[in-house]
Design a binder for this molecule. Structure first.
Ligand SMILES: *Cc1c(COP(=O)(O)O)cnc(C)c1O
Length: 419
């Protein structure tokens, strides 16, 4: 396999070898890491042609992979971006130094003073801060929807956004962190079309697919414009790097890639290599993590010290959320939250008793991570805002990893005795 035609191959296959051609690496089966900041030109005319192709998209070198300077692009990024686009089923992809670098690059590319954005809540804290604390300092506005499956709620929120300024972005994180609130992607696309007809230009639909990742949910197939993934999480998969990726149509991705040259937030050669490598196994890692998660969630649901479990796999039949889940998700992921009876004291006693599960923020690593939401990931919110998002003082988020499920359950069982 090579960098050639991905058509007809399934994402699991593309993830293993697509994007790197051994011809480019002196025959090595795995890609070399090109640890260089700059690239030599064979001639002065070639140098001119490379710059013309990069900045103007014209000239004899259009489409060739020639490099100038690593901030503008390097071979490791080419391999990774080709593979990520193929896995996501998109025309192109672009990689950044973190998931938040990807989010802020979208904002900088598409939102201008006076514009508005629409996003769901709860949403990743960094994204909430970007659109509600940072960008408003540059004159932008935000409106939010809380039930991303309710057509009237989302439509009303879109009108509220448009009343503040031209609506440029509709952002959905689904399932949302940490409550697994689900957002209907087909609905987001429909609302974007309606808004486009009303205001004369269509907002882009941006989906943060970090929690389920490229195999359990495929946003591009639902017609969204940009699919963003914090590659730090399941795609990186080992809690040892930070990276972000965006997939979508060529014209949108080209614009983001060109801007990345100036913002300087590209992904470096070594981390690009690590992510490329991790993408080979993300499908099988997710399968194991997700089957473990079902076992752990069922154990917690039936435990007398546990007040509730927010797990996508438990969405009741006959609900609107369940209908969206069945249409949109192939599986329930391995990150969910549960609430112990009692509050902070009970939760802390349990956390401090854990021996195997690690007390840390982040998710999607090979090891199981757990954290107390109110005092860590959602520390900055007011208690009322937390409660509105379903977070109590007894809520903990769990990212189930690859250990043996019986060992995970045994550790939780002994710790829960302290509640
Ligand atoms: C972690 C995360 C991000 C931010 O990604 P970083 O790589 O940490 O910058 C964005 N969205 C979601 C849903 C996340 O979980």
């Amino acid at each position: 396999m090579s960098t050639k035609d991905p058509s007809g191959l399934r994402p699991e296959t593309l993830a293993v070898a697509y994007g790197y051609d051994p011809e480019l690496g002196m025959g090595s089966v795995k890609p070399p890491i090109f640890m260089t900041s700059t690239f030599v030109y064979p001639s002065a005319q070639h140098a001119k042609d490379v710059h013309e192709a990069y900045f103007k998209g014209t000239g004899p070198l259009v489409g060739e992979t020639n490099h100038i300077y690593s901030r503008l692009g390097h071979p490791g990024l080419d391999f990774l971006e080709k593979r990520l686009a193929a896995i996501d089923g998109a025309e192109e992809a672009v990689a950044f130094s973190s998931g938040m670098a990807a989010h802020s690059s979208i904002a900088l590319a598409y939102v201008r003073p006076g514009d508005s954005v629409l996003h769901g809540r709860p949403i990743y804290g960094g994204v909430d801060m970007l659109y509600n604390s940072i960008l408003p300092q540059y004159g932008t506005h935000a409106a939010t929807y809380t039930d991303g499956t309710d057509e009237e709620v989302v439509r009303a929120a879109a009108q509220e956004a448009m009343a503040k300024g031209p609506l440029k972005l509709i952002i959905a994180e689904t399932p949302a962190n940490p409550t697994a609130a689900i957002v209907d992607l087909d609905l987001m696309v429909r609302i974007a079309d309606e808004v486009g007809a009303q205001q004369g230009h269509r907002p882009l639909v941006v989906v943060d697919n970090t929690l389920l990742g490229p195999f359990a949910q495929r946003p591009i197939e639902h017609g969204v414009d940009l699919c963003l993934t914090s590659l730090t999480k399941y795609c990186g998969g080992h809690s040892d790097l930070l990276a972000g990726g965006i997939s979508g149509r060529k014209d949108l991705i080209d614009q983001l890639r060109l801007q990345r040259t100036t913002w300087g937030n590209h992904l470096d050669p070594y981390t690009s290599w690590l992510v490329l490598r991790s993408l080979e196994s993300v499908a099988v890692r997710m399968e194991r993590a997700m089957s473990n998660a079902v076992g752990v969630a069922e154990f917690l649901r039936d435990h007398p010290k546990v007040a509730g479990v927010t797990f996508l796999g438990f969405l009741p039949e006959g609900t609107r959320e369940r209908a969206v889940y069945d249409r949109q998700c192939k599986a329930a992921g391995s990150t969910f939250s549960f609430h112990v009876h009692g509050g902070e004291a009970e939760a802390f006693r349990m956390l401090d008793k854990l021996k195997l599960l690690k007390l840390a923020v982040s998710l999607g690593g090979s090891e199981t991570l757990i954290c107390h939401s109110a005092t860590t990931t959602h520390y900055a919110l007011e208690p009322e805002q937390r409660l509105a998002g379903g977070i109590t003082d007894g809520t903990m988020r769990l990212s189930v990893g690859l250990e043996h499920v019986d060992d995970l359950i045994a550790d939780l069982a002994q710790a829960l005795e302290a509640v």
